[in-house]
Design a protein around this ligand. Sequence first.
Ligand code: ITT
Length: 197
Amino acid sequence: MDPAPRLIIATRNAHKTAEIRAMIGDRFEVLDVTSFPECPEIEETGTTFLENARLKAEGISRVIEGWVLSDDSGLEVDALGGAPGVWSSSFGGEEGNHALNNARLLREMAGKADRRARFRCTMVLAQGGKEVAHFSGTVEGTIIADARGAKGFGYDPLFVPEGQAATFAELGDEVKNTLSHRARALTQAVEFLAGNA
Ligand code: ITT
């Protein structure tokens, strides 16, 4: 049997890589940029998920051969006018500090009756420094008033997906990976790769 082709995820977020690897199974050998010290740090200067996903996929595929898939994602809260959105990872004031991000979200949501929110994920597939295709997925849900659960990452302890009574952090990856924003974008990316890789 031929070895599985390689799919490089243009991320340094180990949680994203783990979710994508679990969902892809043995169809691809999933690696991320932490396996390639030559990969540059990509500055996310875009103002949309697509712009940032494109910067990451194109930037990494300039230095790594083969298919590169990026994931730019975040949480949009209706009562906050769509914030934190593309700024989800630094909402609390420090890039990638999930505790500070969640604390700020709870502060800003105090007393708000409208708890509706969604996670959004945009993925770009690139090769040789150029986008080949992009995909998007969302999952609707609500923001609760007190964190619950220890699984997952980021805002998972505060987000209850539609149709469930528990947060993503309580449900764990097995359930999260069947209905998340990332799962929905990835399903389309994998279908595309099946027809084009
Ligand atoms: P890379 O840019 O290296 O991929 P990152 O974590 O900085 O890693 P983003 O710029 O896309 O990625 O920011 C995503 C942020 O959105 C992430 O840090 C979380 O705060 C939030 N987020 C995205 N997907 C999430 C999920 O499935 N569960 C909880 N929070 C999520």
